[in-house]
Design a protein around this ligand. Sequence first.
Ligand code: GLA
Length: 347
Amino acid sequence: MPRPMLSGLTVTRRTVLASLAALPLIIAAGCNNGGAGSAAGASDVKIGFIVKSATEPWFQSEWQFADEAAKKYGFTLVKLPATDADQLMSALDNLAAQGAQGVIVCAPDTKLGPSIVAKCEEKNLKLMSVDDRLVDAGGKPLDKVPHLGISASEIGKSVGEAIAAEIKTRGWNAAETGAAVLTVDEIETCRLRTDGAAGALEASGFNKANIYRTPWKAPNDINTAVDAANIVLTQHPNIKHWVAFSSNDDGVLGFVRASEQRNIAAKDVIGIGINGTSGKDDLKKATLTGFHASILLSPKTHGFGTAEAMYKWIKEGTAPTAETYTKGTLIDRKNFVEALKAEGMTP
Ligand code: GLA
């Protein structure tokens, strides 16, 4: 390999690396633009962050924390929503045209995995998935794409256990208690959550025949969750007490809003969500609602963490961890303020 030349002198590779290593210090000393983590030349790094819904608070929080990583390291973050395959593919083209070197994706359809991988290879974009793991046409996870998601079964299990504990506290009669489960079975992380919760509920002795599943067809919208909930509520008029769980807060909020429209009292509903990002608004309300609790996830790890890992991959060549699964914390009216603050979020 020819030796690189600097100022007309032949220098060793080690000298060049040593000079490059000194650059961040020189530049950071000259411009105080990005805090302690600023790196020289970071401004030529551009990273895309594509999410399946720009309106869901979870993704807004993820973006907010990814922005913090961009600020810390001084790279450019391009946030793009993609609600369908066409938008996703044009977002990738758009990023490549802008000179981005990497992209983090939560796809609107995980089966787009092979097309996303092919496009990123063609355009020389490094690819990571967040939240929803990309799969092939047969549903098999694309394990070559680094992924960060939640420990879905475990978190689902804690939802089921918390519901079982609250049923006990309220002293409900099993025969009159039903469970509404708003499912999104086409996405693995969502299916594992509701299966985990249903399994824990059954293990607590909950009557299996009273667990009613209903598919939530457009799962980035509370209104469609209200529709799914109404199907279950209409079919089971004899149920007096309801528990509700889903893949996230919004599914449970759909059930809670539907129960309110039918004048079912909040004390007769135990809804436990996942995310914390939309559920916290019900926990804040002066009047009790059926939204009893949520599992607060870490949008900081999902947003800042993935953006940071992508930056280091581009800048330092260090590939991200192949698979990372995050945990959650049960929040309710008593502890949500403290727990959200601990996650760097505004309660
Ligand atoms: C899925 C859900 C989101 C959120 C993330 C967390 O994408 O749709 O609401 O729960 O998982 O990873």
